[in-house]
Design a protein around this ligand. Structure first.
Ligand code: A2H
Length: 256
């Protein structure tokens, strides 16, 4: 981080149903039949089989940006601007037309399709306090099997569903084992969060350490145990799954 370019896979999570709070804000701002997508930026495309929800920062401001007559993207203003200077995303270089905006908290509970996820009925938009507006798209897809941040957040949301104003069943989706590692087994994030006694998503120092450990072990020693690339190393599968998602039109390249 800091130097060089970070290459993300930007995923297109299509909205299936908005909550009432979002419908009010969007009323009259989108054409009939418009497809709207939340756009999480991820460094781990090979884990997308295990998506259980998608996070937004409750107090972050998001825009709905028009990319064609029928397609609209939800992300931070900062990310939309960056995208407009990258090829093949917006039609006019340097323009990122915003048709609506809202805070993350306005769209909690939105039902979306998560490409490749085993949860075929869709997953929900949920709040994550630690999402940064200054990185990626400010939308983060949740893979609790392999991301300690995601696992810690999901545990917290599940424990305090009422406090967060969400339904417990939106959080408690099956956590799929995707990657097997010699040191942490096949649910690396869960194992690390438990072993390191990480109590909450605000344990940022420990989470930083857990992330580092999970990443090194997964990337260099992990084997894929789910899906069509089963048996391949994480290093190989990363590019294969990324290509598959781009070829099917479910993802595109985003750099910053
Ligand atoms: B990763 P880097 Cl399975 N705020 O995707 C907070 N976190 C963000 C973010 C933001 N604005 N934008 C992206 N991220 C997360 C999957 C994943 C990720 C797994 C394991 C580790 C992991 C599923 N969540 O990241 O600082 C996204 O979560 C560990 C670092 O740009 C993205 O990839 O290096 C990663 O952080 C990008 O972090």
């Amino acid at each position: 981080e800091g130097v060089g370019v970070q290459e993300y896979t930007a995923l297109k999570l299509k909205v299936k149903e908005w909550p009432e709070s979002a419908k009010k804000i969007l009323d009259g701002k989108l054409p009939e039949g418009a497809n709207v997508y939340f756009i999480p930026a991820t460094l781990r495309p090979e884990t997308m089989y295990g998506q259980t929800c998608c996070f937004v920062g409750p107090n972050i401001e998001y825009g709905v940006f028009k990319v064609s007559e029928t397609e609209f993207f939800v992300c931070s203003q900062r990310a939309a601007r960056n995208m407009s200077y990258q090829p093949g995303i917006f039609p006019i270089w340097g323009e990122w037309p915003r048709v609506a905006s809202f805070k993350g908290k306005d769209v909690i509970g939105t039902l979306i399709d998560a490409p490749l996820s085993i949860h075929k009925d869709g997953v929900r938009i949920l709040p994550m306090e630690t999402v940064k507006d200054t990185k990626g798209t400010a939308v983060v897809t949740c893979v609790p099997s392999d991301s300690p941040d995601d696992y810690a957040t999901v545990m917290d949301l599940s424990k305090k569903a009422e406090y967060y104003g969400i339904k417990k069943e939106w959080v408690d989706l099956e956590i799929l084992p995707i990657i097997d590692t010699p040191t942490y087994g096949n649910l690396t994030a869960k194992r690390l969060v438990e072993e390191m006694k990480i109590q909450s998503p605000k344990d940022t120092k420990k989470l930083e350490e857990a992330k580092e450990k999970a990443y090194k072990e997964g990337f260099y020693k992990g084997t894929i145990i789910y899906g069509e690339f089963k048996g391949k190393s994480v290093e190989q599968a990363k590019n294969l799954v990324r290509k598959k998602l781009m070829d099917s039109g479910d993802a595109f390249n985003y750099a910053e």
